[in-house]
Design a binder for this molecule. Structure first.
Ligand code: NOJ
Length: 870
C-alpha cells in the first residue's frame, strides 16, 4: 500500500524533472520578477555552533567531522534514494564512527505506515484544546513512539500551511489559523518530542498554503508564494521562530517558491532568515523530491537532500551524493560548507543523545510483512526481516483520548440539551459515526472518506492500531441507541417525542498525491460543505425530530448555514480529527463526564465569500502560478474584524456545560520597554573551524570490492572522475547571482535561537481569576489578544492572539487565577526599513483583551492604566 502512494509521488517528481530544462527554472535561484516579488541573494551560508546551548554537541560533532573523509561527510547529507530503506528517507551511514543511516519518517500525528503505534489526534485537534500541557504530553508520546520504532527524525510538527486558504488540503496537520496558536502548539510538541531523544522536523518553510501545483509538472512550475517582508515576519515565520527557540533539530523546506526562488535553494530564506536572523542551529532538509539544484542549494544553506534522488527518482542519480563529492573536489562547493552541513547534522544527533543506544529502525514502511525487500527501490534487493512489530503504544491512548476530548468544541447548546442522560432515547445517523465498512486502514494513507473521520489523508497520517468509533462508544453507554449509519436519511425511521437524534457529518482533505472523491488534496469540489450530503442528512433529521445534536468531524472551517438555525438543531459539536479514540473522547463529553472545553482554532463564516478573494485556491494550466499574498496579515479573524464581517462562530469560540466569570484582572509591567527597538543583540559565539583546503581525491573514490546496490545513492566517484575533478579539469558549476564569500553583518533582529533574546523577555503580565459560576465542572480558556497602538505608524489587525492559558477542571464555585505573560515581540510590529521589531515605548496606547473568544472583550487592560471587566 505504502509503495503505491510513494510511486505516485515519484511520478509527480518525474514530471517535475522534465521542467528543469525549461528556461524559466534552472538550478540557480530565479529572482527576476515582473510583479516585484523578489528574493534577494544572501551568502555565504552562516555556520552553526555559535549558540552556547549547543556548544557541547557541536564540540563532539567537530571532533568527528575533523576526522571524516569527504565521502563520509557527503554520505550524511544525502538520502540513499526513494524506497532504499525502511523509512520515508534515510541518509548514508558512517560506520567508522558508529553513525547509522539516519532514519527520517512521518508523521506529525504518529509513526506512519507501521503497526502497534498510536494514531494521535491531528494537529488541528491539538490546537483546539488550547492546552499547553496536553500539547507537550502528546509530543512526548510521539517522540517515544518514534524512538521505539527507531525513527531518528520524526517529520513534524507542521506549522505551515497556516490556514491562509480555508480549502487548503493540509491545514489540519497544523494547530490552527493563527501564528501564536501554531507557535505554541509547535513549540510544545517539539519540546515533548525531543525530550525523548527523537529529533523533530518543523515543516514546511514556508508558504505551502495549497496542495495543487505545489510541485512542478511537465507543463507547470510549482507556485510562487509572494509574501511581503512584514507579513512573512509577523505571520508565517512566527511559529518557525518559536520552533527554533524551542531548539528544534531540523527544519523542512517547502516545495513551492517564495518570492520566485525555490524554497530548497532560497538563500534569503535559509541563510538569511532561518540561519542568521533566527539563529537556527540544526539542519535544513528538503521536502521529499523538492531538491532541484546541487551547488545552488548547497550555497543557499540546504544541509540534507531527501530522499536523495535527483531529477528522476529511482534512476540512481542525485543532485548531491556523487555530485556533491565532485563539486567539492572541483572547488564549486567550498569544503567549509560541506563541513558545516555534516557538523550541523551530527550536532543535532549528539544533542538529542542519539549516540547513546538509540534504536535502529525495526519496521518497514514498505510492507506489512515480517520479511521483505531491504531496498525495494533496487532491481535486485536482498531480503530480510523488516518488521519486528515492536509495540510502542505504552499508555499513549490516555493522552490521545484526553487531547481528543479536550478539543471538542461546543458551538451551541440550546436549552441545555447536552449533556445527554444515559437513559435518553437516542437515534444515530450518518456513516461518520461508524467504522469503515471495508475495514480498518483499508486505504493507503487514509486516502478515502469512509466511516468516522479520524484524520485527513496523505503523509500526515498513521495507521489506526484500533478504532473506537462513536457507534462503539455510544452503544457501550446506551444499549437502546438505534444506529442508522447511512448518509441518506432512512424513510422508515419513527420519531418519538422524547427521541434525541445525533447526526454525524464530516469534511475531509489531504495531500495532493491522492485525490479523494474529486478533491486533489485541497477541498476543490467539496468546498467548505459537509461531504456525503451531510447538510441534507441534518435537515432530514431536523424535519422528523425535535431534538437534534450535530457532531462534525472536520479538517477545518465548514459552512453550517443550511441547518444551524433550524429550531430542532439544539446542539452542535465540532470533534475535529480525533484519531483512534474518536468514540471514547466523544462520549466523555456527550454524556457529561467532562464538559466540553475546546475552542475553535479558526473562524466559522456564514459563507465562503466572507473570506478575501486572494485566499481562494489557484489553478492554472501552464507556467507558474503567482500567489500574491495581497491580504497581508488579514487572515481568518484578522480579516473578519477589519471588514466588520460577523462570523457565524468567531475564532476561539467554545461553550461549556458550565459558565465562567473572569474577575480581578490586573496588569503589571515586568520589563519596561523603554526603547522602541530591543537593546543590541549579543554577538555570535565561536563556530567550529576546519582546514579549508580541498580534500584529496582519494577521499571520495569507491572503496575496493564495495558491494554496491543498484540505484542506491552513494557519495563515491570512480577514480578517473575524482582525479579529473581534483585536477580542476572538470567544469565548475555556475554560481548563483549575487554569490559572495564575505559574511553579511549579523542581523540586528538576531542574536540567539528565535531572534534577539530581548524580544522574548516578558514585558507584561496579566492576571485574571476565573470562577466556575455554573452547576457542572469544566475548564475555561483565557485568551489574550493585543490591540497595538496607531503610534507604531502602520496598520495592524485590531486583535491578535498572543497568549492563552487553560484552567484545571474547576468544580462549581471553584476559582483559579491564571497568569498570561506577553513579551516585547508580542507587542511589536516588524519594521521593514530598520529590519527589526518595533514596540510602543512603555507600551503606551497598547490595549489588551482577555476573553473566551476573539470577540469576547470581557477583560480590557490599558497599559499604564487599569484593567476593567465588562
Ligand atoms: C511530502 C510531504 O509534503 C512532507 O510533509 C512529508 O514529510 C514528506 N513527503 C515525506 O513523506
Amino acid at each position: 500500500m505504502a509503495l503505491i502512494s510513494w510511486f505516485s509521488l515519484a511520478l509527480v517528481a518525474i514530471a517535475t524533472s522534465c521542467t528543469l530544462a525549461s528556461p524559466v527554472r534552472g538550478p540557480l535561484e530565479t529572482r527576476a520578477s515582473n510583479d516585484g516579488a523578489f528574493s534577494p541573494p544572501y551568502y555565504p551560508a552562516p555556520k552553526g555552533g555559535w549558540v552556547s546551548n549547543w556548544a557541547e554537541a557541536y564540540g563532539k560533532a567537530h571532533h568527528i567531522v575533523s576526522n571524516m573523509t569527504l565521502a563520509e561527510k557527503v554520505n550524511l547529507t544525502t538520502g540513499t534514494g526513494i524506497f532504499m530503506g525502511p523509512c520515508a528517507g534515510q541518509t548514508g551511514s558512517v560506520p567508522r564512527f558508529g553513525i547509522p543511516n539516519i532514519c527520517l519518517h512521518d508523521s506529525p500525528l504518529g509513526v506512519r505506515n507501521t503497526d502497534h503505534n498510536t494514531a494521535f489526534p491531528a494537529g488541528i485537534t491539538v490546537g483546539a484544546t488550547f492546552d499547553k500541557e496536553l500539547m507537550y504530553e502528546r509530543g512526548v508520546g510521539l517522540g517515544e513512539e518514534a524512538r521505539g520504532k527507531g525513527v531518528n527524525v520524526l517529520l513534524g510538527p507542521s506549522v505551515g500551511p497556516m490556514g491562509r486558504k480555508p480549502r487548503g488540503g493540509r491545514n489540519w496537520e497544523g494547530f490552527g489559523f493563527d501564528p501564536v496558536l501554531q507557535a505554541i502548539g509547535g513549540a510544545q510538541t517539539i519540546k515533548g518530542m525531543q525530550s525523548t531523544g527523537a529529533i523533530a522536523s518543523l515543516k514546511h518553510l514556508v508558504g505551502n498554503e495549497q496542495e495543487m501545483h505545489r510541485m512542478s509538472s511537465v507543463v507547470t512550475q510549482g507556485y510562487s508564494s509572494n509574501i511581503d517582508d512584514r507579513t512573512l515576519h509577523e505571520f508565517y515565520l512566527w511559529p518557525f521562530a518559536e520552533g527554533v527557540r524551542a531548539e528544534v533539530g531540523s527544519v523542512m523546506i517547502a516545495y513551492n517558491d517564495v518570492n520566485k526562488s525555490a524554497c530548497s535553494q532560497n538563500s534569503k530564506l535559509i541563510n538569511g532568515i532561518l540561519k542568521d536572523e533566527l539563529g537556527f542551529q540544526g539542519f535544513v532538509v528538503t521536502d521529499w523530491l523538492a531538491h532541484i539544484g546541487g551547488v545552488s542549494s548547497a550555497l543557499a544553506g540546504l544541509d540534507m537532500s531527501m530522499p536523495g534522488d535527483g531529477a528522476i527518482p529511482l534512476f540512481g542519480n542525485s543532485y548531491w551524493g556523487y555530485e556533491l563529492s565532485r563539486s567539492v573536489l572541483n572547488g564549486s562547493v567550498p569544503v567549509d560548507r560541506l563541513n558545516d552541513m555534516a557538523t550541523r547534522i551530527l550536532a543535532v544527533w549528539f544533542k538529542m543523545g542519539q549516540d547513546q543506544n538509540y534504536p535502529l529502525p525495526n519496521f518497514s514502511s514498505n510492507t506489512d510483512d515480517e520479511k521483505g525487500l531491504l531496498y525495494p527501490g533496487a532491481l535486485v534487493s536482498p531480503i530480510g526481516v523488516v518488521n519486528q512489530f515492536v509495540n510502542v503504544q505504552a499508555d499513549h491512548n490516555i493522552t490521545a483520548r484526553a487531547v481528543a476530548r479536550d478539543a471538542i468544541t461546543l458551538l451551541k447548546n440550546e436549552g441545555d440539551l447536552l449533556p445527554l442522560r444515559r437513559n435518553d432515547s437516542l437515534k444515530i445517523f450518518g456513516s461518520d459515526a461508524g467504522p469503515d465498512p471495508q475495514g480498518l486502514n483499508s486505504c493507503a494513507d487514509k486516502g478515502c472518506n469512509r466511516g468516522v473521520l479520524t484524520m485527513g489523508w496523505g503523509s500526515g497520517t498513521a495507521k489506526l492500531p484500533y478504532l473506537i468509533t462513536p457507534q462503539d462508544a455510544i452503544a457501550d453507554i446506551s444499549p437502546t441507541a438505534e444506529f442508522h449509519l447511512s448518509d441518506s436519511f432512512p424513510s422508515s425511521v419513527t420519531a418519538n417525542p422524547d427521541d434525541i437524534a445525533i447526526v454525524f457529518i464530516n469534511s475531509d482533505s489531504g495531500e495532493n498525491f491522492i485525490t479523494v472523491e474529486g478533491n486533489p488534496g485541497d477541498r476543490t469540489s467539496a468546498g467548505l460543505h459537509a461531504w456525503h450530503n451531510g447538510d441534507d442528512l441534518v435537515k432530514a433529521a431536523a424535519e422528523k425530530f425535535s431534538n437534534v445534536v450535530v457532531v462534525i468531524h472536520t479538517v477545518g472551517p465548514i459552512i453550517l448555514e443550511e441547518w444551524v438555525d433550524l429550531e430542532p438543531v439544539k446542539a452542535v459539536l465540532i470533534a475535529h480529527l480525533p484519531g483512534q479514540e474518536a468514540g471514547n473522547s466523544l462520549t466523555d463529553v456527550l454524556f457529561g463526564d467532562y464538559s466540553p472545553s475546546g475552542h475553535l482554532p479558526y473562524t466559522i463564516p456564514y459563507q465562503e465569500s466572507n473570506y478575501p478573494a486572494s485566499v481562494g485556491l489557484l489553478q492554472q494550466p501552464f507556467g507558474q502560478i503567482q500567489d500574491d499574498y495581497t491580504e497581508g496579515l488579514y487572515i481568518d479573524y484578522r480579516h473578519f474584524l477589519r471588514e466588520q464581517i460577523t462570523p457565524r462562530y468567531p475564532f476561539g469560540h467554545g461553550l461549556s456545560y458550565t459558565t465562567f466569570d473572569f474577575s480581578e484582572p490586573s496588569i503589571s509591567i515586568v520589563t519596561l520597554l523603554d526603547t522602541a527597538y530591543p537593546p543590541s543583540r549579543p554577538d555570535k559565539g565561536p563556530v567550529p573551524t576546519y582546514p579549508t583546503n580541498i580534500p584529496a581525491a582519494s577521499e571520495a573514490i569507491w572503496p575496493s570490492n564495495f558491494p554496491s546496490i543498484w540505484r542506491y545513492l552513494y557519495p563515491y566517484l570512480n577514480k578517473a572522475d575524482a582525479t579529473a575533478a581534483a585536477a580542476n579539469s572538470t567544469k565548475k558549476y555556475p554560481y548563483p547571482e549575487g554569490y559572495s564569500t564575505t559574511p553579511k553583518p549579523a542581523p540586528r533582529a538576531g542574536g540567539a535561537e528565535g531572534g534577539n533574546p530581548a524580544l522574548f523577555e516578558v514585558a507584561f503580565s496579566v492576571e485574571v481569576t476565573v470562577t466556575n459560576t455554573g452547576h457542572r465542572q469544566g475548564r475555561a480558556v483565557a485568551q489574550l489578544y493585543v490591540e497595538l497602538p496607531d503610534s507604531l505608524g502602520v496598520e495592524t489587525p485590531s486583535r491578535q492572539l498572543r497568549q492563552f492559558e487553560k484552567t484545571k477542571i474547576l468544580q462549581s464555585g471553584e476559582s483559579e487565577t491564571l497568569t498570561l505573560e506577553i513579551t516585547r515581540k508580542d507587542v511589536s510590529i516588524w519594521d521593514v526599513v530598520v529590519q527589526d521589531w518595533k514596540a510602543p515605548v512603555r507600551g503606551d496606547g497598547l490595549k489588551i483583551y482577555v476573553g473566551e473568544s476573539v470577540l469576547d472583550e470581557r477583560v480590557e487592560c490599558v497599559v499604564g492604566g487599569e484593567c476593567s471587566t465588562l
